[in-house]
Design a protein around this ligand. Structure first.
Ligand code: AMP
Ligand code: MG
Length: 404
């Protein structure tokens, strides 16, 4: 049995990082950037107007008021996408629209609302803060500045930034393929009708979603009965994947065959069992450059082992700079009536009241149950040797990105 951090380190030390590819920007959301992005120019690329108004010289209009308007002559018209060839001289104004380049000679923009105009005559009624009404070239990014780092998640804001800076085909990491094989003679595919003693394979589909949302590419290998030869055959039918997750058979029952499978294929074992509850049965092997992880068949236990071991592994392989869970300190909203001789993970719902974060541990957390997860957004990490927990106890919560 190994400690969770040691188990994770053993996996991370052996994981391959993914190749990269270039993809069209419009297809790149949710991917992980595989290059640093450095700005090759100032942004905005020119001084521009943030509003509709008149581009003027501040010294001309400083004293304007509604009682003593300053009269200027409109000498140009600059909608967005155009620019003024002649510029703005003393006593002149250029009618300018939002986003247009500030004409040479102008150093202020008066809002339309602070003017009165008739033909070429423009009365400035209020200088307000006209000299502040200019978005300066380079005010957001300066040429040479690092804008995004390798390992950044391409969320919508980052996609917008890439578009703004002209990156039509960003370099991203390819997603690691993750084989998923459900073992258990009682398992039926989701489309089958139930028969006595049989259940539907829950884990394949849950893990498919988890792998995808963690940044991997799931490869469903289906359900296999409790028979070492069938398991070996199915595995060999899907060669070369960097990670395989097997569920079921990782414990010590008569039909817990994961270990026998590893022996049959002479897969060296990296560790057997992790000191957490639920999710203790985990057998990890490393074979022909692939990591194999046999997890408990119990859906709740399987989902917790996945969270604390496999999600960080997949995120790391997928290139995320931030591959570990975000951990936050919360207060337990109710009591938790069990002692925790072993480090325990509890599905919880975190919420804030007046700026304080609370976590409710959820009901229906039995090993074979999934009901709690549909309400959860976090896992509480309760250290080994903890007593029952009172309401208000400080607890650490791991935020689950795909459940937020
Ligand atoms: P095992 O880890 O094989 O001992 O299985 C533990 C429990 O999880 C048993 O009740 C199994 O029926 C159940 N189980 C195993 N695999 C799955 C699966 N893929 N989907 C749902 N339940 C499963
Ligand atoms: Mg089984």
């Amino acid at each position: 049995m190994v400690a969770l951090e040691d188990a994770l380190q053993i996996l991370i030390d052996r994981c391959r990082s993914c190749h990269t590819e270039r993809v069209p920007l419009a297809k790149s959301s949710g991917r992980v950037l595989a290059e640093d992005i450095v700005c090759d120019m100032d942004f905005p690329p020119f001084d521009r107007s943030p509003l509709d108004g008149y581009a003027v010289r501040m010294e001309d209009i400083q004293k304007a008021s509604s009682k003593r308007p300053v009269l200027l002559r409109q000498t140009d018209y600059v909608p967005a996408g155009t620019w003024s060839e002649r510029g703005v001289g003393a006593g002149e104004a250029a009618r300018i629209m939002t986003g247009a380049k500030i004409p040479d000679g102008a150093d202020a923009v008066v809002r339309l609302e602070d003017t009165r105009y008739e033909g070429e005559q423009v009365y400035i009624l209020d200088p307000a803060q006209a000299d502040k009404n200019i978005c300066k070239r380079g005010e957001e990014y300066k040429a040479g500045e690092k804008v995004l780092s390798k390992g950044s998640y391409l969320q919508e804001g980052n996609i917008g930034i890439l578009a703004m800076l002209g990156h039509s085909r960003p370099k991203v990491y390819m997603r690691p393929n993750v084989g998923i094989m459900a073992t258990g003679s009682e398992l039926l595919p989701v489309s089958a009708s139930l028969q006595p003693g049989m259940i539907r394979d829950t884990n394949s589909y849950m893990l498919d979603a988890k792998v995808r949302l963690a940044g991997g590419e799931p490869v469903l290998m289906g359900q296999v009965k409790d028979d070492v030869e069938s398991m070996a055959e199915r595995l060999l039918d899907h060669p070369g994947l960097p990670v395989y997750i097997l569920t079921g058979g990782a414990s010590v029952g008569d039909y817990d065959l994961a270990k026998k499978l590893f022996e049959r294929l002479e897969i060296p074992i990296l560790f057997d069992r992790v000191a957490i509850k639920p999710g203790m049965p985990v057998i990890a092997g490393y074979w022909q450059d692939s990591l194999l992880l046999a997890l408990s068949g119990n859906p709740a236990a399987c989902s917790i082992s996945f969270e604390v071991l496999v999600r960080p592994l997949i995120r790391k392989m997928a290139g995320f700079a931030q591959w570990k869970h975000i951990r936050i300190r919360t207060k337990l909203a109710g009591e938790f009536g069990k002692e925790s001789p072993v480090r325990r993970f509890i599905w919880a719902h975190c919420f804030a009241v007046d700026g304080t974060l609370f976590a409710s541990s959820l009901e229906y957390q039995g090993n074979g149950m999934l009901r709690a997860i549909s309400q959860a957004n976090a896992l509480l990490d309760i250290p080994a040797n903890s007593p029952k927990l009172d309401r208000g106890t400080d607890v650490i919560a791991l935020l689950i990105p795909s459940l937020l």
